[in-house]
Design a binder for this molecule. Structure first.
Ligand SMILES: C[S@@+](CC[C@H](N)C(=O)[O-])C[C@H]1O[C@@H](n2cnc3c(N)ncnc32)[C@H](O)[C@@H]1O
Length: 245
């Protein structure tokens, strides 16, 4: 999938790509279903080529984890197209399980037709989103979601945080004017980091008018796995909605 020059330019990724075990059903989904939904690094980024005719908004979710939010949004909005990006293979397999209903212990079919399932408006890039940025035309997406990015709270790791001027420049570029950029986090260091970095960047306008607008889940929200863990452990998430100016 990677062309040589893209591999040479690959940015350093600090998270996990693989769990210790990929179980049978998940491996089946990665081998048989993922190729049908996969966005490759070399194909043209074109709304109709990706989703067919008639798609309204196109939305991006970066680091979708186990895919609950991405799947929930896509199910609630069949009129939209969703591009989900996740490096962690087990997370990608989990999303495919949500779409297909195939779980560990299910009878595995001989053939799988990814586009025959009720939710068929998700495409997947199973690598680092920074490799994809260069392929995405300006003003392509209506919405971009970055939900509970790894906080890297220690100062010595702060350079690894996804919200940084370089990535913001790309997100700003690929969003339509007025497009939504939603960031959620439960980490106090990352909350401050987002506010400071977004203010300094100045290409986005923060939509919040009062505390209610960012201390509570947005109306169209679907809980993520990481958020549920944070809630169990007593951390309160915040939700920052920005619009591209
Ligand atoms: C803390 S988890 C949150 C997952 C999910 N959004 C949730 O709320 O449950 C962050 C995820 O972002 C993914 N990730 C981090 N950097 C990424 C990148 N550059 N491209 C794609 N995925 C990335 C990680 O693999 C990880 O699954």
């Amino acid at each position: 999938m990677c062309s040589e020059n893209l591999t040479a330019a690959a940015p350093k990724f600090f998270g996990r790509r693989k769990g210790r075990v990929v179980r049978k059903a998940k491996q089946f989904l990665l081998d048989n279903m993922l190729p049908q939904l996969k966005v490759t690094q070399t194909e043209d980024f074109d709304k109709i080529k990706l989703f067919g005719a008639g798609v309204q908004d196109v939305c991006l979710e970066i680091g979708f984890g186990d895919g609950q939010h991405l799947f929930g949004q896509a199910a609630a909005h069949p009129e939209n197209g969703y591009v989900g990006v996740e490096v962690f293979q087990n997370g990608v397999a989990n999303l495919l399980g949500l779409i297909s209903g195939i779980k560990e212990g299910s009878n595995l079919p001989n053939r799988i037709e990814a586009l025959q399932y009720p939710v068929h408006n998700i495409r997947v890039f199973d690598d680092d989103v920074r490799l994809l940025f260069a392929r995405i035309p300006d003003e392509f997406f209506d919405k971009a979601y970055l939900l509970f990015p790894d906080p890297w709270p220690k100062k010595k790791h702060s350079g690894r945080r996804f919200v940084n001027p370089e990535n913001l420049k790309e997100i700003w570029r690929i969003l339509k004017p007025g497009g939504l950029f939603r960031i959620a986090t439960d980490h106090p260091v990352y909350k401050r980091h987002v506010l400071r970095t977004m203010r300094a960047f100045s290409g986005f306008e923060w939509m919040a008018k009062c505390g209610n607008d960012w201390k509570h889940e947005p109306t169209d929200w679907v809980k993520t796995k990481y958020q549920q863990k944070a809630l169990r452990e007593g951390r309160r998430p915040v939700f920052f909605d920005y619009r591209k100016i």
